[in-house]
Design a binder for this molecule. Structure first.
Ligand SMILES: Nc1ncnc2c1ncn2[C@@H]1O[C@H](COP(=O)(O)OP(=O)(O)O)[C@@H](O)[C@H]1O
Ligand SMILES: [Mg+2]
Length: 348
């Protein structure tokens, strides 16, 4: 049996809003599991239901073999980190972290040991006596993390914990969160709307859309083997072409509603193509040089296509309006039916 099991979870708010609509998944002990989806898709509602801050309209949740449905939130042994740091400004860093232990009536000497341990884990040991206002945003979020972990929870929930931090800090802290989760060996559910963050941090990703699960898989599966057009276009960049593009791509189109191909799977045709390559002529609309890569926006008879070139020669020039010849392999084109469901696997 899985460590955490969510079964047929639904949540209806008032009238017609279905924040969750039949959501089922399981998380293993030790796993870093991420809920990824656009704003409003139900991520926070799901996390709050697991934490016990909200009741499900239907469905059940169990943790470590026990049903949670009748267990109040403070007895669930679940740690939670929020987007806003939610630290008490008048308490020191150590007092903030000790707060949950006091509420649980843990003796003072044990509290001191556990707080010191938690602060060391998040590298705030030297800040224990400071007030939160003296700390940076990244450090304040480490307090949140220490506070969630110090209760030794069975499960760690994090709701967009890095959203308020700047880009560089986000990357540093996400790597750290991942390292801490692995080193203490705890099951974690992490919420984000940032697909790159999800790819970087997760063992498995659960892509959500409008209260439902679109796909659950490893980062590699989600990126390279998307099962729906939603996943294909939400994670990474994807060229989506209409059914009518088929004639220009030399493809069979009977049940296909949309085609999709990644920008990095398109090359410039420089006369050195594999025999099964598909060619497409077009015109350059825009060329953007980014150092390690370059992006070409091309207008073609099949539609607008973005091409990503790896390691572009600094001498490469692409003037708007100039002719361009694109090429890609048939096996890299994904096809989707009118419901947005993937039709065939890669390499067909
Ligand atoms: N307390 C509430 N009352 C009414 N509607 C809500 C409430 N909380 C969330 N919702 C609605 O439920 C849906 C999912 O919200 P939420 O779980 O916050 O999404 P996310 O965290 O993915 O952005 C949204 O349509 C939101 O407006
Ligand atoms: Mg949210």
């Amino acid at each position: 049996m899985s460590y955490l099991t969510v079964k047929d979870a639904s949540k209806q708010f008032g009238g017609s809003v279905r924040a969750l609509d039949g959501v089922s998944f399981a998380v293993e002990r030790n796993e870093f599991f991420t809920l990824l989806g656009p704003s409003g898709c139900g991520k926070t509602t799901l996390l709050r239901s697991i934490a016990g801050f909200a009741d499900l309209t239907a469905g059940s949740i169990s943790l470590a073999g026990a049903a949670l449905d009748a267990v109040p939130s403070h007895k669930r042994d679940i740690g939670m980190v929020f987007q806003d740091y939610a630290v008490f400004p008048h308490l020191t860093v150590a007092e903030n972290v000790a707060f949950g232990l006091k509420a649980r009536k843990v003796p003072a000497t044990e509290t001191a040991t556990r707080v010191a341990e938690a602060l060391n884990t998040v590298r705030l040991g030297a800040m224990a006596a400071r007030l939160p206002a003296a700390l940076s945003g990244g450090q304040q979020q480490r307090i949140g993390l220490a506070r969630a972990m110090v209760i030794r929870p069975k499960l760690l929930l994090m709701d967009e914990p890095l959203s308020n931090l700047d880009a560089k800090l986000r990357i540093d802290l996400r790597d750290e969160i991942r390292d801490i989760q692995k080193s203490i060996g705890i099951a974690a559910i992490y919420v984000t709307h940032d697909q790159e963050e999800a790819l970087a941090i997760s063992d498995r990703i659960c892509v959500m859309n409008a209260g439902r699960i679109e796909q659950i898989g490893t980062p590699q599966e989600i990126y390279a083997d998307p099962r729906t057009i939603f996943v294909a276009s939400f994670v990474g960049t994807m060229n989506i072409l209409p059914q009518e593009a088929a004639s220009h791509l030399g493809l069979e189109s009977s049940r296909v509603h949309q085609w999709a191909i990644r920008p990095e799977h398109i090359q410039l045709d420089q006369g050195n193509l594999a025999p099964d390559s598909v060619r497409l002529a077009g015109r350059v609309e825009k060329y953007t040089y980014l150092g390690r890569e370059a992006h070409v926006m091309a207008q073609t008879p099949a539609g607008k296509i973005v091409v990503q070139l790896a390691d572009p020669a600094p001498s490469l020039r692409m003037e708007p309006g100039s002719a361009i010849s694109l090429a890609f392999r048939r096996q890299d084109i994904l096809s989707f039916d009118s419901k947005g469901v993937r039709l065939e696997g890669r390499g067909n």
